[in-house]
Design a protein around this ligand. Structure first.
Ligand code: ATP
Ligand code: MG
Length: 217
């Protein structure tokens, strides 16, 4: 399976316009881990939002296999996303009134699957989260790992991760990148935006962004 960006462009603002992503065309192949690197403001988060169809492009589109993500209506697209994609947000977005296990388990509901509590616990445990409590009772790094568990628990075909090690120490960062590589080796597509150049180098391909454009691979 392939995820293909074609001329993806996103412009923010009316009076003062920012071209956050500027004509990006690129093919992501299954079984590979891609890191997206570039300075702050270069468009990494915006590109991940477009590729995962969270945001709608102003120009261009995204194909997953031969499915054009932006030819669907919004409900269809949301269902498609829940079924095929997992996303680790830069700012986690855990649901504050649910505990860690419920936050992870919610993904099964969204996908329309039966909740597999055992699997949810196992994935959390793999990321070093054993004690179950409310999100605000964890450290930032622990919340980040819960967000990762939530994104991977349903085995998505494409995993997007936005700075997934931004709040982690080097030991936990390595564990997370090992998990990302393992997911890619299972035949999934992994796309991770990161500032950590050392960890970026552990991915199969480094995609460099500058001013919303790919400058090299
Ligand atoms: N919702 C928004 N409304 C207006 N401008 C935005 C919005 N989101 C992003 N931008 C702008 O688009 C550009 C790209 O932002 P983006 O968040 O994609 O960068 P980034 O590479 O992820 O940066 P960082 O490394 O700091 O996370 C920036 O100039 C930013 O200010
Ligand atoms: Mg960002």
């Amino acid at each position: 399976m392939m995820l293909r960006a074609e001329g993806l462009t996103k412009i923010y603002g009316k009076k003062v316009q920012t071209v956050a992503v500027n004509g990006v065309s690129y093919t992501f192949e299954s079984g590979r881990c891609y890191s997206i690197v570039g300075p702050s403001g270069s468009g990494k988060t915006t590109l991940l939002y477009l590729l995962s169809a969270i945001e709608t492009p102003d120009r261009g589109t995204v194909y997953f296999g031969d499915v054009d993500l932006f030819s669907m209506d919004e409900d269809e697209r949301a269902r498609f996303r829940a079924k095929h994609f997992g996303f680790v947000f830069q700012h986690f977005y855990l649901l504050p009134y649910l505990d860690a296990l419920e936050n992870v388990a919610v993904r099964f509901y969204l996908k329309g699957d039966k909740v597999d509590w055992k699997r949810a616990r196992e994935v959390l445990s793999k990321l070093g989260i054993e004690e179950i409590k409310k999100p605000y009772e964890y450290s930032g790094g622990q919340q980040q790992r819960i967000a990762i568990a939530r994104a991977i628990v349903t085995n998505p075909d494409v995993l997007f991760a936005d700075e997934p090690t931004g709040n982690l120490d080097s030991r936990n960062s390595r564990i997370v990148f090992e998990i990302l590589r393992e997911i890619a080796s299972e035949g999934k597509i992994v796309i991770v935006a990161t500032h950590d150049t050392e960890l970026a180098g552990t991915c199969d391909t480094i995609v460099r962004l500058k001013d919303g454009r790919i400058v090299s691979e």
